[in-house]
Design a protein around this ligand. Structure first.
Ligand SMILES: Nc1ncnc2c1ncn2[C@@H]1O[C@H](COP(=O)(O)OP(=O)(O)OP(=O)(O)O)[C@@H](O)[C@H]1O
Length: 308
């Protein structure tokens, strides 16, 4: 685990685990998110995404291991100041107006950025004089996002913030969020089920499955580690594929398509070989829950012992 006040690492976990009465929600999670990155947190329902975010935001305590925020304990005042968390259930005061909610944010946060918060409200076309209790679920999410951005945190933890937004507002909110993050170098972890939403937005990836990390690293490095190969479903094809780490293979008619992590340059003759899109990589892993995990070097802590 890195020293305190590590400016280069936004979030780091070592052997992090969380056990509820019914069993483990998170197991042996070890990764490092460098600062200034936009990290997509993806995985099926119940794979541990919210649990991981809640541990980082100190809403719950780990059963095993540790989590650090910029090198600090999440329970510390420093970590609390540097984190903003938008949970799935946005706890806001329903009797407050939007304006009053922002005023509360200003009073509670010394570094409050009123202009940033107001930009989100304006972008979302939410009426500042409206009571929070009268807003739609999607509009309430925008108020929660405005509070998070107004706090001017260094690490934004966002749990499916776009799930209740209509497509147009989803697009506008993502744009506003990314513009703010780029301007201030803010680190972001955003969980989502909408894989298409990630393209060109996120530069870091964390894929969870069964409470464990299945993929972690720069999106470019993750993509570059994979190849999508298509060819005839003949015996020699099977032999070719067996040379590599196979994430997923599918047969359609006489054709074989496989997502692989090549151990050597794949044979080109008779095969179409190309780098998969991020969505293709993610879909491959989601369809193959037993595929071996990949933690790229950029996502490993200095003292981590994780499989390559
Ligand atoms: N407070 C809790 N008490 C008991 N079990 C819990 C609690 N919170 C989560 N779990 C369990 O932990 C596991 C992981 O849940 P978690 O909410 O972290 O998943 P998720 O990936 O965020 O799911 P989703 O995509 O549906 O939001 C699930 O099996 C869930 O039932």
């Amino acid at each position: 685990m890195t020293d305190r006040h590590d400016p280069s690492t936004a979030l780091e976990t070592t052997g992090l685990g969380k056990k509820y009465r019914r069993g483990w929600a998170l197991r042996d999670v070890t990764f490092r998110l460098p600062a200034g990155r936009i990290c997509a947190l993806v995985g099926p329902n119940g794979s541990g995404k919210s649990t991981l975010l809640s541990l980082a935001a100190d809403l719950i305590a780990p059963t095993t291991g540790a989590v650090r925020v910029f090198g600090a304990d999440p329970r510390s005042a420093e970590a609390r100041r540097r984190i903003a968390f938008v949970a799935q259930d946005k706890p806001l005061y329903p009797r407050f107006t939007v304006d009053e909610t922002l005023r509360l944010g200003r009073e509670l946060n010394p570094g409050w950025d009123q202009a940033a918060a107001e930009r989100v409200i304006a972008e979302a076309e939410v009426e500042p004089a409206a009571r929070v209790g009268s807003l739609s679920g999607g509009q309430r999410t925008c108020v929660a996002l405005a509070l998070a951005l107004g706090k001017r945190a260094d690490l934004l933890l966002l749990d499916e913030p776009m799930s209740d937004q209509d497509p147009l507002r989803r697009h506008r909110m993502m744009g506003a969020l990314m513009a703010e993050a780029a301007e201030h170098g803010t680190s972001v972890v955003i969980s989502t089920h909408v894989l298409a939403e990630l393209d060109g937005v996120c530069d870091f990836l964390l894929l969870m499955g069964g409470g464990r990390v299945r993929l972690a690293g720069d999106t470019e490095a993750v993509q570059a580690a994979h190849r999508l190969i298509t060819g005839p479903r003949a015996d020699h094809g099977t032999a070719e594929i067996a040379r590599h780490t196979v994430v997923e293979r599918r047969v359609t008619g006489r054709q074989l398509t496989a997502l692989i992590r090549p151990s050597a340059p794949p044979a080109e003759d008779g095969w179409i070989v190309r780098e998969p899109s991020l969505e293709e990589v993610l879909l491959g892993y989601l369809r193959a829950p037993d595929a071996p995990p990949l933690i790229t070097s950029g996502a490993r802590g200095p003292d981590a012992e994780v499989p390559a």
